[in-house]
Design a protein around this ligand. Structure first.
Ligand code: PLP
Ligand code: COI
Length: 340
C-alpha cells in the first residue's frame, strides 16, 4: 500500500470519494453488526424520514499523521458521546460509543492511503452521520435508521488558511432557545444556508449569530465556536444553544494547563467584542481561524491583532493544539487514539 497520488497541499475542504466507508442499519429495535463497503451510494424509499422531516444528525472529526508516522484520531470518544446526545434529541436510537470508536478505527485503517502525510497541511476528515430511512408520512420518528461513516482528505476550511477573516453579525437566527443549537442536527445547517450564501455575496467569510432571544450576546458561527483573548485570558461564549465544540473544550484545557492562561466561559455581549485583542473561530474543520474584523450592521469592529496574521495568543493556542494532534507535544491522557 502506498499513499494516493493527491496534491495534498492544494486540497480545500471538499469531498473526495475514498475506498471504504462503514454502514450499519437499525431495524426491529437493534443495530446490525455493521460492515465496511465500497458502495458510496444510498438507496431508500422516497418517503424516508430523513427526506420528509430531516431526521438526521452528524458529527465530524479528523485523522492525522503524526511526526513519527503514526495515524491517530483526536478525542473521538467525545464525538461518539455528542452524536449520542444529538440522536436522543431527535428521537433516534443512539449508536453505541464503542461501536462508533470501532467504526472510526476501521474506516481510517481501510483508507490509510488517503491520510495526508505529516507536514502536508491536510488531514483526513471523518463524517459519521445517521438518518431515518423508512417511510414516514405523519410527523413522527422513523423506526429504521442507517449509520454511516465516510472519510475524505481535506485542507483548510477557509480559503487562505490562517489569514484573518471578516465576519458579519447575522440578521438571521441559527438556534432558538430550547431548540437544537446544542446538537449536530442537519436541520441547523439547512437553515444556515441562506445566511451563508448572502454573507458570501456581500463579501463576508461567515456569520456571527447572536442569541436569538435578545440578539445582544455572541453565540457562534455556522460551523465553529468563537474564542476571544483579553490579556492573558481566553474567553468563550457560554450559551445553551451553541454546539459544545470539542476543539473549544480542548483549547480551554490547553490554555490553562499548557499556556498558563486564565479561562472564562461566560455570556459575551456583542458590545464587548471591541474590548478584545484577538478573536478566532474554532472547530474540527476550522481548527483556529483568526477573525480580523466583525461588521455589526455597518459598524466595523477591527480586532487589534489585524488582518495580516494571527495574534500571538491565538498562534500559541494553535501551535499547541496542532502540536498535540500531530504528536509534537505530549497530549493529556486519553486525547490521542492510535490507529496504526
Ligand atoms: N459549532 C458548530 C455549529 C459546528 O458545526 C462545529 C463543527 O463541528 C463546531 C462548532 C466545532 O465543533 P468541534 O470542535 O467539535 O468540531
Ligand atoms: C466540523 O468542524 O467538523 C464541522 O462539522 C463543521 C462543518 C460545518 C464543516
Amino acid at each position: 500500500m502506498s499513499k494516493k497520488d493527491i496534491d495534498w497541499g492544494s486540497l480545500g475542504f471538499g469531498y473526495i470519494k475514498t475506498d471504504k466507508r462503514y454502514v450499519s442499519n437499525y431495524k426491529d429495535g437493534a443495530w446490525d453488526e455493521g460492515i465496511l463497503t465500497e458502495d458510496a451510494t444510498i438507496t431508500m424509499t422516497e418517503c424516508a424520514g430523513v427526506l420528509q422531516y430531516s431526521q438526521s444528525v452528524f458529527d465530524g472529526l479528523k485523522a492525522y499523521t503524526t511526526e513519527d508516522g503514526r495515524i491517530v484520531t483526536f478525542r473521538p470518544d467525545l464525538n461518539a458521546e455528542r452524536m449520542i446526545d444529538s440522536a436522543k434529541r431527535l428521537e433516534m436510537p443512539p449508536f453505541p460509543k464503542e461501536r462508533f470508536l470501532d467504526a472510526v478505527d476501521q474506516v481510517v485503517a481501510a483508507n490509510a492511503d488517503y491520510v495526508p502525510p505529516y507536514g502536508s497541511g491536510a488531514t483526513l476528515y471523518l463524517r459519521p452521520f445517521m438518518f431515518g430511512s423508512n417511510a414516514v408520512i405523519g410527523v413522527k420518528p422513523a423506526n429504521e435508521y442507517q449509520f454511516r461513516l465516510f472519510a475524505t482528505p481535506v485542507g483548510p476550511y477557509f480559503k487562505g488558511g490562517a489569514k484573518p477573516i471578516t465576519i458579519r453579525v447575522s440578521d438571521f437566527d441559527r438556534a432558538a432557545p430550547r431548540g437544537t443549537g446544542h446538537i449536530k442536527a442537519g436541520l441547523n445547517y439547512a437553515m444556515s444556508l441562506h445566511a451563508i450564501v448572502s454573507a458570501h455575496a456581500e463579501g463576508y467569510d461567515e456569520n456571527l449569530y447572536p442569541d436569538s432571544a435578545t440578539r445582544t450576546y455572541v453565540e457562534e458561527t455556522g460551523g465553529a465556536n468563537i474564542i476571544f483573548i483579553k490579556g492573558n485570558t481566553l474567553v468563550t461564549p457560554k450559551s445553551s444553544s451553541i454546539l459544545p465544540s470539542i476543539t473549544r473544550r480542548s483549547l480551554e484545557i490547553v490554555a490553562e494547563k499548557y499556556l498558563g492562561m486564565k479561562v472564562e466561559e461566560r455570556p459575551v455581549p456583542i458590545a464587548e467584542i471591541a474590548e478584545f485583542e484577538e478573536m478566532g473561530l474554532c472547530g474540527t474543520a476550522a481548527v483556529i481561524s483568526p477573525v480580523g474584523k466583525v461588521v455589526d450592521h455597518g459598524k466595523e469592529i477591527c480586532l487589534p491583532a489585524g488582518m495580516e496574521k494571527m495574534g500571538p495568543k491565538t498562534q500559541a493556542l494553535y501551535d499547541t493544539l496542532t502540536g498535540i494532534q500531530m504528536g509534537r507535544i505530549e497530549a493529556p491522557e486519553g486525547w490521542i487514539r492510535v490507529i496504526k
